[in-house]
Design a protein around this ligand. Structure first.
Ligand SMILES: [Zn+2]
Length: 202
């Protein structure tokens, strides 16, 4: 089955012009992956990353997932995204080796995003594949092409059973209509600036 579903316009919001983490005051890169995607670097803050890994570990053989929020940026002609929060998809039904990341869950999140998380951009989604590796299935591609077809959209897959090596990977649009053929690396960073308000993340 060849699913060719496009959301309108693959451009996304205008990127914010600013230096990436590590080149900006108060930020520090903790880990540079060995296999970054070409074109779009994906930075993830330590806190939401740990929150995803913790949820993935606790859920064990059950698939879980959520949404990725942050900023789409540009600096010196380089494009990057910064993931600064993850929001669990509570409406998605979790079952062993199958996550119904339903269209309803995604739609509801997108409708409430602007009021619940002002100032952030939806950067994509994440979910787990316990014990069966890092890839996007045809169901995953349906979600990704339906809702996350813009150039700043990414999909993170976590396999909590894989051991530390290939536990996590990110998929980006490497060409229009072409998602990364293999999982790519995230760049993990720390934001040491004080927070304006305590953030609620689980
Ligand atoms: Zn999947």
């Amino acid at each position: 089955m060849n699913l060719r579903i496009r959301v309108k316009g693959a451009r996304g919001p205008d990127p914010v012009e600013r230096p990436p983490p590590g080149e900006r005051e108060g930020t520090r890169v903790l880990e540079r992956g060995r296999r970054p995607p070409p074109g779009l670097t994906v930075y993830v803050e330590r806190r939401p990353l740990e929150s995803m890994l913790r949820r993935a570990g606790v859920a064990g053989d059950y698939e879980v997932g959520g949404f990725l929020l942050g900023a789409s940026c540009r600096h010196d002609g380089r494009r990057f995204v910064e993931i600064t929060a993850q929001v669990p998809a509570v409406k998605a039904e979790s079952a062993r080796a199958h996550l119904t990341f339903g269209v309803e869950a995604v739609r509801e999140f997108h409708e409430t995003h602007a009021e619940r998380y002002p100032g952030t951009t939806v950067l994509g989604w994440w979910h787990t594949h316990p014990g069966y590796g890092l890839f996007l299935s045809s169901d995953d591609m349906f979600i990704h092409t339906s809702f996350y077809a813009a150039e700043h959209h990414v999909a993170i897959v976590i396999d909590p059973r894989a051991g530390p090596r290939e536990e996590i990977g990110v998929f980006v649009w490497e060409e229009p209509g072409e998602v990364s053929p293999r999982p790519r690396s995230l760049v993990v960073y720390e934001d040491e600036r004080p927070r304006r308000a305590p953030r609620r993340e689980r």
